[in-house]
Ligand binder design. Structure first.
Ligand code: FAD
Length: 541
């Protein structure tokens, strides 16, 4: 039986353990693979990573988690969108990137038509009811039988610490061995494979496959095997976050937003994530442009609280990816493998993807390890580049000039070549699915020097729209007024009002009756306290 040793018990380690146990061992009922997880009792988890995306549904389903139980135990709420405020100008304007969108017919020209219209209604509000459903704080699920048409796509906000604990308890009962100890040494054999890790009581844990989930420490993949990191900071400036919690015991803001808010500040942006018992807030910023104390003051101003009320934690990070996530018999998952700032909640997603890909490419013998690793690395690396481009786009389309940070971030030298090629292409035609079939654009030549090592796939990365398709790109492009001035000039004042799809109008009209306020759903279905200052609209109790 193959023995898998996972080092690290954060969200990455426990997601990997639970997923492999679900996918390969039939949730422990038919054991094909022996899984051991070693977790340090001394080194805390990063305990951040609270917003997810809908792909988490697949992971939880394979693990065998029941939604209500999961939500109760992890302080979870629903997330239907990300609301971006102050990204284009510093004027309180906003746009949504929701998870659901209507497909009007076989040919979707809604983007082009909207561009030619007066654009007096935000684009996403013309093609989906979800931004309005979010703005009126409704749950994506009803209290009784669902009679509101196609289901609304959603993900969760949750407590990262509770999530890892939940997966741990779940996995241990189903046969995963849990060792609480520090790994102090790693024995690597001549062929570059890890033979065993040494614990602080000097015992040795042998394995066939070692998964490095030690977070930014990257104990196995980097410290033992020396796999370098590809740095993304040329395109993404942020390198630290100041985080704080606001418990509802002291202040409940009347409702629980069913979406994440990402508000641009002077040198970065702040996340605002509501859970059942508290809000989590974090200012992601660049230490090259601001100092920690100024960033803290800005976070205080954002929240509107007094400085003494705010207990904060500073988290430093480095954006980029491991040049190879899988080297020899070691696979880095989670922060050990890479990290792109959490603007679109992709950290846990990358843990999920790596666990799914490992299950699909699982090496039952050592014979084809290199071939499986090559494919795994290509898929993971492509996805990191896809995330880099997409996040890069949120920043580079800004027209803010109020600080040096925003002036610099929109300069062409801070936009990836791939993204520049995409943006040029979308000046000729509106985004469609075909743009992701084979990304070779006129005038785009790949600079091979970024992957100059012989054992790394030399082909240019391909954005397969594995995570975001043209609809998501449109949400950001049109939210950021891409080509707006050009169309204003071309069509002058003789433009018609933006048209909302009738299906969307219908849904918006029905939503207040059909969908309960988010906090009322959480109260009724999960037993969340009915906070004293909760706003109860008429017709709901
Ligand atoms: P950690 O949580 O750091 O876990 C490392 C583990 O390794 C710990 O258990 C530690 O004890 C163990 N360990 C370390 N050294 C040893 C040793 N020598 N021996 C034994 N054990 C050891 N992702 C999202 O999806 N959504 C978000 O909203 C989001 N927000 C984020 C905000 C910030 C500022 C940051 C930095 C990240 C965010 N992420 C987010 C990413 C997310 O937090 C991570 O992807 C996720 O938590 C996985 O972390 P990890 O398990 O790799 O690392």
């Amino acid at each position: 039986m193959r023995k898998v040793v996972i080092v690290g018990g954060g969200s990455a380690g426990w997601t990997t353990a639970a997923y492999l146990n679900g996918a390969l061992n039939d949730r422990g009922q038919n054991k094909q693979v022996d899984i051991t997880l070693i977790e340090s009792p001394d080194i805390p988890r990063i305990s951040i990573g609270e917003a997810t995306i809908p792909t988490i549904e697949h992971t939880l389903a394979v693990i065998g988690v029941e939604e209500t139980d999961f939500m109760k135990k992890t302080d979870a709420t629903f997330k239907q969108s990300i609301k971006y405020t102050n990204w284009l100008h510093n004027d309180n304007s906003f746009y949504h990137h929701p998870f659901s969108r209507t497909r009007p017919g076989p040919i979707d020209r809604s983007g082009q038509r909207w561009m030619e219209s007066l654009r007096n209604i935000p684009f996403m509000e013309t093609v989906t009811a979800q931004p309005i459903i979010c703005e009126i704080n409704r749950s994506p699920k009803s209290l009784g039988k669902w009679d509101f048409g196609a289901p609304l796509k959603y993900a969760y906000h949750m407590d990262a610490q509770k999530f890892a604990d939940y997966l741990r308890d779940f996995s241990v009962v189903r046969g995963v061995t849990h060792i609480q100890a520090n790994v102090t040494n790693t024995k690597v054999s001549e062929n570059g494979y890890i033979q065993h890790v040494v614990l602080d009581d000097s015992s040795e844990i042998k394995g066939d496959l070692f998964i490095d989930c030690t977070g930014f420490r990257a104990l196995l993949i980097n410290k033992a095997l020396g796999v370098p990191y590809e740095d993304f900071s040329k395109w993404l400036f942020n390198d630290q976050a100041i985080v704080a919690q606001f418990p509802y015991d002291s202040y409940f803001p009347g409702v629980i937003r069913p979406y994440t808010t990402a508000t641009a500040l002077s040198n970065g942006w702040v996340w605002d994530i509501p859970m059942q018992s508290r809000r989590s807030v974090g200012y992601v910023h660049s230490s090259r442009y601001t100092d920690t104390e100024s960033a803290r003051s800005e976070l205080i101003a954002y929240q509107g609280c007094s400085s003494s009320e705010l207990e904060t934690r500073l988290i430093k990070f480095r954006v980029g990816q491991r040049r190879k996530a899988w080297q020899g018999n070691c696979i880095a998952i989670g922060l050990a493998g890479g990290f792109v700032e959490p603007l679109e909640s992709t950290g846990l997603y990358m843990c999920d993807l790596a666990a799914v890909m490992l299950a699909e490419h699982f090496p039952y013998t050592d014979q084809h390890m290199d071939q499986l690793a090559y494919r795994f690395n290509r898929i993971i690396s492509n996805r990191y580049y896809e995330i880099l481009d997409f996040i890069n786009m949120h920043f580079c389309l800004t027209r803010r000039t109020d600080t040096q940070y925003w002036k610099d971030i929109q300069k062409p030298e801070h936009i990836t070549d791939r993204l520049l090629a995409k943006l040029e292409h979308w000046k000729i035609k509106a985004p469609t699915r075909a743009d992701f079939d084979d990304q070779s654009f006129y005038g785009y030549t790949y600079n091979a020097s970024s992957t100059d090592s012989f054992d790394i796939d030399p082909r240019p990365p391909v954005d397969t729209a594995g995570l975001w398709n043209h609809e998501s790109y449109e949400a950001i492009l049109f939210g950021m007024d891409f080509r707006g001035p050009e169309f204003n000039q071309k069509y002058g004042t003789s433009r018609q009002s933006a048209k909302v799809h009738p299906f969307v109008i219908n849904r918006v009209k029905q939503a207040p009756q059909k969908l309960p306020p988010h906090h009322i759903w959480l109260h009724h279905q999960l037993g969340m306290p009915q906070w004293k200052t909760a706003y109860i609209p008429s017709g709901w109790v």
